[in-house]
Write a protein that binds this ligand. Structure first.
Ligand code: HEM
Length: 375
């Protein structure tokens, strides 16, 4: 993985896309994931990192993950004791609920709403919801489709070719609905904070972003220009980034460079082929086999003396995933609880995994047989 470059170093890897579709969506100057404006990216990323790296946030997040898992376990036992579930669908809702709760501070109930589609007797959703879960999930999917579509189809196709033009309008209209819903959540929480003297305030991301650089911020930073509070629109884009959480390890050359012996012009875009690296026999023994023990220290399958960057799920450098600790905390809690409490077997061990690529690889269906452990 050591590719020689004449001027390249990590500091070159600062900007993301300068794609005209993303420019039209306003994404290259907002939020974090696609933001290519160094100053605004740094400003936004600083607040998000500050919030999600705090020990209190992580502590609450782990507790929330545990309590939602127990709730999901109750739903499963209502459905039977030895039965088949689509784990991909449950997990999609589960991670949505944990992320939405830790982002907005309010419960989201998409696990419950999914249970209600399967159970003969429905459970009433407690409390009032600003957003109906399935509708919100559809709007998030629309956002992802819209971004990929704007990324790959030219302005001419998007706005002038019949059929495509209507599709573009539909995507944008739904995106406006998503924006409105997220702004409503922000305004509601802003009012809650202003009208209460609640201390200490909740540890969710929205609260941290709303109070940053205000008199309620106990960690106010004294350095630099980032002394102004964030606007509703700035907060909206950060929250959307967290709901979607980017995984594009992309970088653009700011000046001419020779990489791996070849000369590249400024502006050339590079995208690391992580999937290729993670499945390369050059770095991994039997890369196509599912051998989790390769990550266990001391195991006979342990992958030893790995080359730098042979395992790089969260990217690297300046744009390294800021949510990596949150993601790992959730995965560890989930794995321990799921396999500690249940016997889980693939319902159809011979059938291939059903997955699709919409910006990210996502598993669409994973039927498993699940039975509570007795001891
Ligand atoms: C297993 C789960 C996750 C994986 C595999 C993952 C992976 C990645 C990768 C590969 C990148 C691109 C890094 C680069 O360009 O070098 C990234 C960026 C990002 N991720 Fe994650 N991520 C995960 C979860 C999360 C979570 C839970 C959050 C939020 C709490 C998050 C927020 C972000 C953001 C905001 C960026 C953009 C960073 C920037 O451009 O400065 N990710 N992620």
């Amino acid at each position: 993985m050591a590719i020689t470059t004449t001027v390249g170093n990590r500091s070159q890897r600062v900007s993301n896309f300068e794609n005209e579709g993303l420019v039209e969506l306003g994404l290259t100057t907002q939020g974090i994931i696609c933001n290519g404006n160094m100053k605004s990216w740094q400003f936004n990323r600083k607040f998000l990192t500050h919030s999600i790296m705090s020990p209190n946030f992580l502590k609450d997040f782990v507790q929330e993950t545990q309590s939602l898992f127990n709730e999901m376990g109750n739903y499963w036992s209502n459905l039977g004791t030895d039965f088949q579930i689509d784990l991909a669908q449950w997990m999609y809702r589960f991670t949505t609920d944990t992320m939405l709760k830790s982002t907005t501070g309010k419960p989201f109930y998409s696990v419950l709403s999914y249970y209600n589609t399967l159970a003969p007797t429905k459970i009433k959703v407690p409390g009032l919801m600003t957003i109906e879960p399935e509708e919100f999930l559809a709007l998030i999917t629309n956002w992802l489709t819209m971004v990929m579509y704007f990324l790959f189809f030219s302005n001419l196709i998007r706005h002038y070719i019949p059929g495509f033009r209507q599709f573009t309008q539909k995507l944008l209209a739904k995106n406006e609905q998503l924006d409105e819903k997220v702004l409503t959540i922000i305004e509601e929480r802003r009012k809650d904070i202003e009208s209460s003297s609640e201390t200490p305030l909740q540890n969710d991301i929205l609260t941290s972003l709303l109070i940053a650089n205000t008199s309620r911020d106990t960690n106010s930073s004294s350095n630099d220009e980032a002394l102004k509070p964030l606007t509703n629109n700035e907060i909206r884009q950060i929250m959307l980034d967290v709901f979607i959480a980017g995984i594009d390890t992309v970088f653009q050359l700011s000046r001419e460079d020779v990489i791996g012996g070849l000369k590249f012009k400024p502006g050339t875009m590079f995208c690391a082929n992580q999937q290729g690296i993670h499945r390369s026999t050059q770095y991994w023994k039997d890369p196509e086999k599912f051998i989790p023990e390769r990550f266990v220290k001391g195991s006979e399958f342990e992958a030893k003396n790995l080359e730098k960057n042979a395992y790089n799920p969260f990217g690297g450098g300046l744009r390294l995933c800021p949510g990596r600790h949150v993601a790992m905390a959730e995965l560890k809690v989930l794995i321990v609880l799921l396999f500690g409490k249940y016997d889980v077997q693939l319902a159809n061990p011979k059938s291939p995994l059903k997955y699709s690529l919409v910006a990210l690889n996502q598993c669409n269906e994973l039927k498993v047989l699940i039975r509570p452990k007795t001891n």
